[in-house]
Design a protein around this ligand. Structure first.
Ligand SMILES: Nc1ncnc2c1ncn2[C@@H]1O[C@H](COP(=O)(O)OP(=O)(O)O)[C@@H](O)[C@H]1O
Ligand SMILES: O=C(O)C1=C[C@@H](OP(=O)(O)O)[C@@H](O)[C@H](O)C1
Ligand SMILES: [Mg+2]
Length: 231
């Protein structure tokens, strides 16, 4: 009794050798797919050249946390624009909002980010409202590669609940405020050069995924000479 052929039509010898024969041809074709080789941080650093990596996105997305880790991987300086604002003003963000109001905070934020962008290659994590300013967006487009770190509402709310340092959320219904900010800001964040979806995963995992997304983006630019992409 002969062994019935397998349903997929591939004989055992071909399966073991990883070679298939195309119907009507005698040239063996490799049936194995090479996994994409991850890019090293050194490659990405070289591809970046003088560009600044800029994180944008809503409060709680992890811009500060992931930006810091990515800077370590790339061996670049890390600056968080909110921390820089606090240093130059010698006030906390809530104090600035309270004493001078949001418009003053936004003006200072614009000046600080423009300076940081001119100071050479680095990773900059911005505060959630910074990218809404058209001048800041323009400066980021000239000097940087922008990454929108995108998260869902539940994750954002879980993360921001840990600290009471975000004046916009000092409200009876912070979830409704965040939902409104999502509706207002997402079309603008979508103008970033690339989007990285984040989730409840280890910082190291999200940072590595960000590195690979950045590599693909920069390689695309290097290869095609195109201005950029939005995912
Ligand atoms: N991948 C992650 N896993 C667990 N906690 C995270 C992660 N990313 C950020 N966090 C935490 O969530 C909170 C908000 O992150 P943060 O980086 O400050 O966000 P953003 O700067 O976008 O507002 C912080 O307490 C931070 O430690
Ligand atoms: O979304 C915003 O407008 C803000 C986000 C905050 O930064 P994070 O996004 O780092 O929390 C901080 O800049 C300020 O409270 C205003
Ligand atoms: Mg932050």
């Amino acid at each position: 009794m002969s062994i019935p052929p397998r349903k997929d039509g591939i004989d055992d010898e071909s399966r073991e050798s990883g070679c298939l024969e195309r119907p009507g041809s005698h040239r063996p074709v490799r049936a194995v797919t090479l996994a994409a080789v991850p890019h090293s941080a050194t490659d990405v650093r070289a591809l970046l050249g003088r560009k600044v990596v800029v994180f944008v996105g809503l409060m709680g997305a992890g811009k500060t946390a992931i930006g810091r880790k990515l800077a370590q991987l790339l061996d670049l300086p890390f600056v968080d624009s909110d921390h820089e604002i606090e240093t130059v003003s010698r006030m906390t963000i809530p104090e600035l909002f309270e004493r001078y109001g949001e418009p003053e905070f936004r003006a200072l934020e614009q000046r600080v980010i423009e300076r940081l962008l001119r100071e050479g290659p680095r990773v900059v994590s911005t505060g959630g409202g910074a990218f809404m300013n058209p001048h800041t967006r323009e400066a980021i487009a000239s000097f940087g590669v922008s990454i929108w770190l995108k998260a869902d509402l539940d994750l954002l709310m879980e993360r921001v609940a840990k600290k009471q340092n975000r004046p916009l959320l000092k409200n009876a219904d912070p979830r409704a405020v965040m939902a409104k900010l999502m509706a207002d800001r997402y079309p603008v964040y979508a103008q970033a050069d690339l989007t990285v979806e984040t989730r409840d995963a280890r910082r190291e995992t999200i940072t590595e995924e960000t590195l690979q997304a950045l590599a693909s983006h920069l390689q695309g630019r290097a290869g095609s000479g195109s201005a950029g992409e939005t995912q």
